[in-house]
Design a protein. Structure first.
Ligand SMILES: NC(=O)c1ccc[n+]([C@@H]2O[C@H](COP(=O)([O-])OP(=O)(O)OC[C@H]3O[C@@H](n4cnc5c(N)ncnc54)[C@H](OP(=O)(O)O)[C@@H]3O)[C@@H](O)[C@H]2O)c1
Length: 265
């Protein structure tokens, strides 16, 4: 593809600036929650390729360590695994404290860890309700609260992985939807509150993505959907990377939908 108009083309999903070896996030530190799989794992790859030191948080330690090794071998950067359950306030605080002690601060927090359980309200168990609320809402609050002082100090970037389900009503899993409406409401109001202090805030809203998501209900999305049918985690990760790369970003929200999503329920 020719760069006829001086616009950098996208080639095979890889932004061509990467071919020049440019590392726009060099010298920055990013925490990614839910980095052991799916969107978070791919986001860690994108941010490390851009030169960020990455702090990988989730519960499955072995996966995080394998990913950290892979990223350090592939890129001229540092990657550390910090096993964290985002529903545990103290663990999330330690995650941020360890990051600040090791790297001096936090430039990017990607609030990505999330889960879905059950579907209809009438059949939803209370513990399924609590798991969704504690992971998708409490976890996001704990991480944001802990990282904000450093993000403000460093003119950092807060990214929230929202959802189509947090933007439009739909006829299944209203509690999961409610958690994502909460994430967006929180994120946009945090933007209103700390935007003037130099923190960029972006909510990235995917529709269905082919990841392990849904595995608690027996069928992960990566098996339910064929390649090409819905969004791939790499595409969402690229959207997150794009947002984080903007200096003084005003990208409040990015929607990454399957092509037929607006006509499909
Ligand atoms: N896939 C979709 O269709 C879709 C659509 C819209 C939005 N989203 C959102 O995208 C985000 C990522 O989902 P995904 O599709 O990448 O799903 P995934 O493949 O199932 O990955 C979920 C990640 O969250 C982590 N996680 C779950 N509970 C956690 C906890 N208590 N503490 C720490 N980490 C936890 C998991 O790690 P461990 O199990 O190792 O802890 C895993 O790394 C979620 O917020 C989800 O709601 C997904």
């Amino acid at each position: 593809m020719n760069d006829t108009f001086g616009i950098t083309p996208i080639t095979d999903g890889i932004l061509s600036y990467r071919m020049t070896g440019e590392q726009p996030l060099e010298g920055t530190t990013a925490i990614v929650t839910g980095a052991s799989a799916g969107i978070g794992e791919q986001t860690a790859r994108v941010l490390a390729a851009d030169g960020a030191a990455v702090v990988l948080a989730a519960r499955r330690e072995r996966r995080l360590e394998d990913l950290a090794d892979e990223l350090e071998s592939a890129h001229d950067t540092t990657a550390v695994a910090v096993p964290t359950d985002v529903t545990e306030e103290r663990e999330v605080e330690s995650l941020v404290e360890e990051t600040v002690e090791t790297f001096g601060g936090v430039d990017v927090l990607v609030n990505n860890a999330g889960t879905a359980r059950g579907s209809d309200v009438t059949d939803l168990e209370t513990d399924e309700y609590r798991t969704m609320m504690e992971t998708n809402v409490d976890g996001v609050f704990f991480a944001t609260r802990a990282a904000l002082p450093s993000l403000i100090e460093r003119d950092g970037h807060l990214v929230f992985v929202g959802s189509f389900a947090g933007q439009y009503p739909r006829p299944f899993n209203p509690v999961y939807a409610a958690t994502k409406w909460a994430v967006r409401g929180f994120a946009l109001s945090v933007e209103a509150s700390v935007g003037p202090e130099g923190v960029a805030v972006t909510v990235v809203n995917p529709s269905e993505v082919r990841t392990e998501f849904g595995s608690e209900e027996g069928e992960p999305f990566e098996e339910r959907f064929e390649p090409g049918e819905v969004t791939e985690p790499e595409e969402v990760a690229e959207a997150i990377g794009f947002a984080v790369r903007q200096d003084g970003s005003t990208l409040s929200e990015i929607d990454v939908y399957r092509r037929d999503k607006l006509g499909f329920f």
